[in-house]
Ligand binder design. Structure first.
Ligand SMILES: C[S@@+](CC[C@H](N)C(=O)[O-])C[C@H]1O[C@@H](n2cnc3c(N)ncnc32)[C@H](O)[C@@H]1O
Length: 313
């Protein structure tokens, strides 16, 4: 049978010809297999970032609307990091990217800011932001092994560290990817900080479940001041600055408090219980919160511990 002739080949015809004629007939499957093996190898050691079960586009959008406290505290953290034009910066747990966009203005067109977050819904919103040198990827603290050693001047986590359980490993990786003399910035919630809203959450969970399971509470991986300092020092950082920064604002009503808790936790808030129990806890919580209602709204505290550490030169 005569070979098919393609005087003016379309793309699809050229592909057909490549697959069925000449040396490519044998080479193509081999190349495809090789590409697959390489892709598998490159993904080893970096488990894909998994967003929490209740995360959604709606929560990500709501976070954009309620995250002014995080943004304002984040700007304080950034001011302590001495970021300079031309710096290469990693925003670990960037959320919807508002702070990363602010940092992109500081590093200017010669610098680079990469924001990463395990929530693809938040990264989708972040990618709508435009600034020279600013980019975003879906990835989390478990994916830092894919960055080359000494690739960043600054790495910061703004209101993220209390969501990370493998803290030692995360700090070890940050130390590796920072250049000598590079700086880490952490703003994070304090576990020993008194909070009326947190007390009411605890009481509501106890009222419905009879106990408060450790993994069900708001951001279970919070640390004390001493624990944070010690952990950073043990990872090899010299502490350059450490501050407690109080910050309070008002939520309009109980509903807005719950939106804040759900959106700022990427849906982790009460995600460990079934739908029916969750609804019951929320109903009890709303009732308790309504007793805190004032004319200005319900007072919410968002204090942060700010730590700046330097990698020795
Ligand atoms: C309160 S938000 C803070 C977002 C942002 N840094 C800001 O200042 O608005 C916490 C963020 O941490 C992210 N996160 C949770 N676990 C993480 C992890 N293991 N690695 C990186 N980011 C994580 C969440 O997806 C969420 O976007």
């Amino acid at each position: 049978m005569a070979e098919p002739v393609f005087p003016e080949k379309t793309g699809r015809e050229r592909l057909y010809a490549m697959r069925h004629q000449g040396p490519c007939r044998n080479l193509l499957p081999t190349l495809l297999s090789l590409a697959w093996v390489l892709a598998c190898l490159s993904s080893l050691g970096a488990a894909p970032a998994v967003p929490p079960p209740r995360e959604s586009e709606e929560l990500a959008t709501q976070y954009e609307a309620v995250s002014t406290p995080q943004f304002l505290q984040g700007q304080k953290l950034i001011s302590l990091l001495s970021i300079e034009p031309g710096d290469s910066v990693l925003d670990l747990g960037c959320g919807t990217g508002r702070l990363a966009q602010h940092v992109a203005k500081l590093v200017g067109p010669q610098g680079k800011v990469l924001g990463i977050d395990p929530s693809f819904q938040r990264i989708a919103i972040a990618k709508r932001r435009e600034a020279a040198g600013l980019s975003f990827e879906v990835a989390g603290s478990d994916n830092l092994s894919s960055f080359a050693s000494g690739s960043f001047d600054r790495v910061y986590m703004n209101y993220v560290f209390h969501w990370i359980d493998k803290k030692e490993e995360t700090l070890r990786q940050i130390d590796r990817i920072l250049k000598p003399g590079g700086r880490i910035g952490i703003s994070t919630g304090r576990k020993d900080q008194p909070s009326r809203v947190r007390d009411l959450i605890r009481d509501s969970i106890r009222e419905v479940l009879g106990e408060v399971p450790a993994d069900l509470f708001v951001s279970p991986f919070r640390m004390s001041q001493n624990e944070l300092r010690t952990l950073a020092e043990q990872a090899g950082f010299r502490i350059v600055d450490f501050q407690i920064l109080p910050f309070s604002d008002y939520a309009k009503d109980p509903e807005e408090v719950i939106t804040f808790l759900s959106a700022s936790s990427s849906g982790r808030f009460l995600s460990g219980v079934g739908e029916e129990q969750r609804e019951r806890i929320l109903a009890v919580l709303k009732q308790k919160l309504s007793k805190l209602q004032t004319e200005r709204g319900i007072a919410m505290d968002h204090p942060a511990m700010l730590l700046v550490g330097e990698k020795p030169r």
